[in-house]
Design a protein around this ligand. Structure first.
Ligand code: E4P
Length: 218
């Protein structure tokens, strides 16, 4: 399973990159706003900086919600770097735009997926990735992981090439469950990724090893 980090924070992207496990980055307008990135040229420069840090796909989301606007924005974003993936919302014009981008060889990530039907449409249109939001489904008492399993089964039935990018990951168990089910990619915050490092038996085991070493090497 590929690991993407879900942030526009350059320090966190660098930290995940330095860990040696990073395969890509996802951003969205809220994450860009959180970093205070506003204005076309600042947004463009920020995406370029992200692409310099990580050698993997970087999702950049369009703001337009009509076909013409999505195409214009998406083509400009795709020109910034080979690794840019145009992130398009799951709306009617978005699906049409994904088909257009797919025919042109431009990579896409269909975002805001909350049902298997939406994921099926995005795959039919030729999306490179679909992003089902598992955490936000959990928030409304619907099992987000069940949706990943459902999409996995549908894509496997028809051998769709679209990759399942489990998004809105909130904690390390989400990551484990996504890996068990066979999500192609997960995207989550740095905290969920680094939480995978931790186990109390690792801490106590290491403390004992170091103490025993010290005893005879003092
Ligand atoms: C997906 O690409 C989104 O950026 C993201 O995962 C949304 O997560 P949230 O529900 O934590 O905002």
């Amino acid at each position: 399973m590929k690991f993407f980090i879900d942030t526009a924070n350059l320090d966190q992207i660098q930290e995940a990159q330095d860990l040696g496990i990073l395969d890509g980055v996802t951003t969205n307008p809220s994450l860009m706003a959180k970093e205070g990135i506003a204005g076309e040229s600042n947004v463009i420069n920020h995406y370029k900086k992200i692409c310099e840090i990580v050698d993997g796909d970087v999702s950049a989301e369009v703001i337009s919600t009509n076909f013409k606007g999505i195409i214009k924005e998406g083509e400009a974003l795709a020109k910034l770097h080979n690794n840019i993936v145009v992130k398009v919302p799951m709306i009617k014009d978005g699906v049409k735009a994904i088909k257009y981008f797919s025919d042109k060889g431009i990579k896409t990530n269909c975002t805001l997926i909350f049902s298997a039907g939406q994921a099926l449409l995005a795959a039919k249109a030729g999306a490179t990735y679909v992003s089902p939001f598992i955490g936000r489904l959990d928030d409304i008492s619907t099992d987000g992981i069940d949706l990943i399993a459902q999409i996995r089964e549908i894509y496997d039935n028809y051998m769709f090439g679209t990759e399942i990018l489990a998004a809105s990951v909130r904690h390390p168990m989400h990551i484990i469950q996504c890996a068990e089910i066979g999500a192609d990619v997960m995207t989550g915050p740095l905290s969920a990724i680094t939480a995978l490092l931790n186990h109390p038996l690792t801490d106590s085991g290491l403390a004992k090893f170091l103490a025993d070493f010290k005893k005879v090497n003092a």
